[in-house]
Design a binder for this molecule. Structure first.
Ligand code: ATP
Length: 243
């Protein structure tokens, strides 16, 4: 059997004396849509940040398609095919939509030149026509939903094999989410592997095929999303967090 696309084993992340993630083991197969659910402070973001090379893990191993990548910095991880859409919809506020996309596509420009960059930008505009209409607008003046579209599109501009998204739904109206989630499902159907972190368990479980539950820094449960959705212990724990 071939190695999973992403394999994380016994990953621990500490901030000083705070243990944010403890011995976390997760896998994402090629083309899989996997979720990580759990309440505030469970260690979900820290796990994604460690995989993306944004924070250095205290322990554990990370492989991409069988290749060890732990210890790589964030730029190297982009080259290994990992893109992180971080929590908080960070955009380069005083730059246009188009310039934000160009910044996300620097590797693409390096490898394929300006024509490849332009092709990818057009692809993003097809995925998110709203961004095309606003291509010259400053990113800081976009609505929350449009900014979320932009950070996802910027992540996709590096042509990742694995897209990791942290709290896509935070603070967004249900109407916006009705636009965003189908785009993610389409991308996944086209073969992109996605690792989605969500506090709203029902939403994550509805779109993913498999999920992990994190509590206090550790993975406490995992399994097919449909099964977790029917599991009273999972749903009771997160009932208060549904929209
Ligand atoms: P949330 O959904 O609220 O973002 P989370 O499950 O993503 O939560 P993390 O953000 O990974 O959880 O946080 C795990 C723990 O690590 C928390 O106790 C948090 O306060 C702590 N933590 C996160 N980032 C830092 C940091 N930069 N410095 C110190 N502690 C941190």
């Amino acid at each position: 059997m071939s190695a999973p696309l992403l394999k994380v084993e016994n990953l621990s992340v500490n901030y000083g004396h705070i243990q944010a993630s403890r011995q976390v083991s997760i896998e994402v197969g090629e083309g899989e849509f996997v979720g990580i659910i759990g309440s505030n402070g469970a260690g979900k973001s820290s796990t994604l940040k460690a995989v993306a090379g944004v924070v250095r893990p205290a322990a554990g191993t990370i492989t991409m398609a069988g290749k060890p990548v732990h210890g790589c910095g964030s730029h190297e991880m982009v080259r290994h095919g990992v893109a992180l859409v971080p929590e908080g919809r960070f955009v380069f506020a005083d730059q246009s939509v188009e310039d934000n996309l160009i910044l996300g596509g620097y590797i693409r420009a390096e490898r394929g030149g300006p024509a490849a960059l332009q092709d990818d930008m057009e692809r993003m505009y097809q995925l998110f026509p709203r961004l095309k209409e606003r291509r010259t607008q400053l990113a800081g003046s976009l609505s929350g939903g449009e900014q979320q579209m932009l950070v996802i599109a910027r992540g996709l501009m590096s042509r990742p094999r694995l897209l990791m998204i942290d709290e896509v739904s935070l603070g967004l109206a249900p109407k916006v989410l009705e636009l965003l989630f189908p785009v993610l499902q389409d991308l996944n159907r086209q073969g992109l592997a996605i690792l989605l972190v969500e506090q709203i368990a029902t939403r994550a479980l509805a779109v993913t095929s498999r999920a992990y539950v994190m509590e206090n820094g550790s993975v406490t449960q995992s399994g097919p999303s449909q099964q977790l959705m029917r599991d009273p212990s999972v749903m009771e724990a997160y009932l208060g967090k549904q929209h």
